[in-house]
Design a protein around this ligand. Structure first.
Ligand SMILES: *Cc1c(COP(=O)(O)O)cnc(C)c1O
Length: 405
């Protein structure tokens, strides 16, 4: 079972200073709850939420976030991208349904079925293999069928059946398999995070029309229709259907610049902290870091921060990014190394060795958001968040009872 540390907010400062002074990612579970409840309120009671916690919860920790969200009754379950991610959740005690959003290989089907993990299906051979896996388990005495979610491709051209006659044939075949239970049918929007939502609206209609058609043809109601991602939860709540799949917004980030920022309230979840480990004074004309790409243009005070691209802090921030020290911006000078980088504190007179450094998050009145760091480093916010890797210890903040919905 995966271990993780949960502390009260008041203990955070001490924890950052004493337990993981080199670098630590703080994940605010109260903010996660706030964001989930906020989305739920906006969608309305009948629409359940599926918490998308792929890539270890967008880098913030799938297990602690799943444990937190499993207790929320409007949360249907969790979604991952791979079976290994789903197994980790099961091993950590997660009981709610887990949906795998991507392709799953037939070699895994027995284990998936045994563990109540729902694969997305869109190939005929998946239906055969899953039916066979469930049949085998039944012969061995398990009283189970394989619950599946049918993926429909309305415009991503990634995975899924087409919403046409061939697709309808696939759904008929799935419904006819003795050992399968068609629990859900879903699609994923390619363009829900744009100011112009006409494409997403069309795709939603073609999905809804297709579902209506196959349900009529087969005289069934597939229990869970779902199509909304974070962007549509915010800007197309009418696409909520039976369930919406929330991803990036759980983690307090926006799907894009173009999504509305005033419809669903979300709070940032993650912050990244370090300390100054060395300060030196350099004459004008002194090169800094590999390649000497930066040369001081004045007498300078330069601080060394013990974090680098080996932690997933982007090397492309070389000469572009900044950190916060005493609530002020300290620009990165020269190249970011694997484990260290240098910032200019010439104008931050109070800066001293051992002082707090904020790489992501708030420091007094200044804030560095993941979105901003993404832009500065030429990365996507989703990507930057996933990239902060396992060399960086995580700490989870959760003040029981503090949050009120
Ligand atoms: C990743 C993913 C989501 C969540 O997307 P966000 O933009 O993070 O909300 C939902 N559905 C599918 C199929 C996905 O792959």
């Amino acid at each position: 079972m995966e271990e993780y540390t949960v502390i009260d907010r008041e203990k955070l400062e001490n924890y950052l200073n004493v337990v993981h002074p080199r670098v630590c990612e703080a994940v605010d579970l109260d903010a996660v709850l706030f964001n989930m409840r906020s989305m739920h309120r906006s969608l309305g009671e009948p629409t359940k939420l599926c918490a998308v916690i792929k890539t270890d919860g967008y880098g913030m920790g799938a297990v602690p976030i799943a444990h937190l969200l499993e207790k929320e009754d409007y949360v249907w379950g969790m979604a991952t991208a791979t079976c290994e991610e789903a197994y980790i959740l099961r091993e950590s005690g997660i009981k709610k349904p887990i949906l795998i959003l991507g392709y799953t290989f037939p070699e895994t089907y027995e284990e998936l079925v045994l563990k109540g993990i729902r694969p997305a299906v869109f190939r005929f051979d998946q239906l055969e293999a899953l039916d066979e896996a469930a049949a085998k388990l039944r012969r061995e005495g398990y009283d189970i069928t394989a619950p599946i979610h049918i993926a429909v491709d309305t415009g991503m051209s990634r995975i899924g059946i087409k919403p046409d006659d061939g697709g309808a044939e696939f759904v008929r075949e799935a419904l006819g398999k003795e050992n399968l239970t068609v629990e859900g049918i879903f699609t994923h929007f390619a363009r829900a995070d744009e100011a112009d939502l006409s494409d997403a609206r069309n795709k939603k209609s073609s999905f809804a029309d297709f579902v209506e058609r196959v349900e009529k043809e087969n005289r069934v109601r597939i229990p869970i229709h779902h199509c909304a991602n974070s962007a549509s939860i915010i800007d197309m709540p009418e696409a909520g259907m039976d369930m919406a799949r929330a991803g990036i917004t759980i983690y307090g980030m926006w799907p894009s610049d173009e999504t509305s920022k005033n419809k669903v309230a979300i709070k940032p979840v993650m912050s990244l902290h370090s300390h100054i480990v060395f300060i030196k004074e350099l004459e004008k004309g002194t090169p800094i870091s590999y390649g000497g790409t930066y040369v001081t243009d004045r007498y300078s005070r330069i601080a060394t921060i013990p974090v680098g691209y080996g932690d997933g802090y982007p090397r492309s921030l070389s000469g572009k990014g900044y950190v916060l020290i005493h609530g002020k911006k300290a620009p990165i000078l020269g190249r970011v190394c694997m484990d260290q980088f240098m910032v200019d504190v010439t104008d931050i007179h109070e800066a001293a060795e051992g002082d707090d450094v904020t790489l992501i998050g708030r420091d007094y009145d200044e804030v560095i958001t993941i979105e901003e760091l993404g832009d500065l480093s030429g990365r996507f916010n989703y990507e930057l968040s996933c990239d902060i890797n396992h060399r960086v210890p995580r700490v989870y903040i959760h003040n029981e009872g503090e949050f009120q919905s």
